[in-house]
Design a protein around this ligand. Sequence first.
Ligand SMILES: *Cc1c(COP(=O)(O)O)cnc(C)c1O
Length: 370
Amino acid sequence: MAIEIPRELLPVDGRFGCGPSKIRPEQVTALAAVGTSLLGTSHRQAPVKNLVRSVREGLADLFRLPDDYEIILGNGGSTAFWDAAAFGLIENRAQNLVSGEFGGKFAKAAAAPWLQAPDVRSAEPGSRAEAEIVDGVDVYAWPHNETSTGVASPISRVAADGALTVIDATSAAGGIDFDVTETDVYYFAAQKNLGSDGGLWFAAVSPAAIERIERIAASGRYIPEFLSLKNAVDNSRLEQTLNTPALTTLHLLDSQLQWINGNGGLAWAAARTSGSSQELYRWAEASAVATPFVTAAADRSPVVATIDFDESVDAAAVAKTLRANGIVDTEPYRRLGRNQLRIATFVSIEPDDVRQLIRSIDYVLEHQGA
Ligand SMILES: *Cc1c(COP(=O)(O)O)cnc(C)c1O
């Protein structure tokens, strides 16, 4: 018979997925309130342009953006940004740090035929690679948080003359504190820690990155219009996108930014996510059957906790039981192939709900096979 977790052990909200991830009910209520005014109106008119402005200002506040950095955006999510970067940001060659799925996907995009083959630095999943200055590399790229493995990497500029430090922050943005001046491009989509929906990419860009984008755009290289970063810069300055953006994504993001910034910004968000993830790591370290997948404690992600189980536990069966009880998306990244649970501790997820999740997992472990 299926295990039924007692109600008093269940989290209030059962969404622990790493993307798309929990959207707070208050955001959905706020979205419904503009259901007949904003939704279904032209993205070339004031209401939508004001929303784009508000999102860009909210992100600038969140990242404590220096005056000479800007927020740009475009359609297609982070995956589209990788191709846009291959066309319009990498001049000759990228160095890509890879220790999981997402770092690897940018490395593939950077292997475009008009560029030199990227310098790929691989590390075993669960660990991380280090950047190393190499002659001829003009973009150094790695994920702030490798969502597929739960490894977080420090953000510090690679001090190579004229090179750009380009960070995939898709699951980190708004959940891990960092110094934006240590990056040239900090790009992300909004359906993870930022508790919105998919479809758009955003990037905080430095003056050096803008200069690079403009120089490559003027170089005569063929760049499809949809993937043109120059186009994105020009449109973003006008609070627009080249083609129609998802208005719901923008609205949900805007309310999330107001919520985070109103509560104390990135420092508050980072304290909250790291408190939640530490509960999970401490629980796993104390457990007889579980252990944090990432062995180096300093590399353990504050926003995506990956917990391995020994062979006495079938983690897939645990995830299935949790799902039957309304606790969803705790399965590991599909291609990692481990006996594991992967749990988002994004800022939207209540720390109390993480504690209840732990109680629920304990209950399932006690009753599994009984
Ligand atoms: C989810 C994710 C992506 C892909 O984002 P899309 O918007 O779906 O393209 C890229 N990088 C990281 C680190 C991610 O977690």
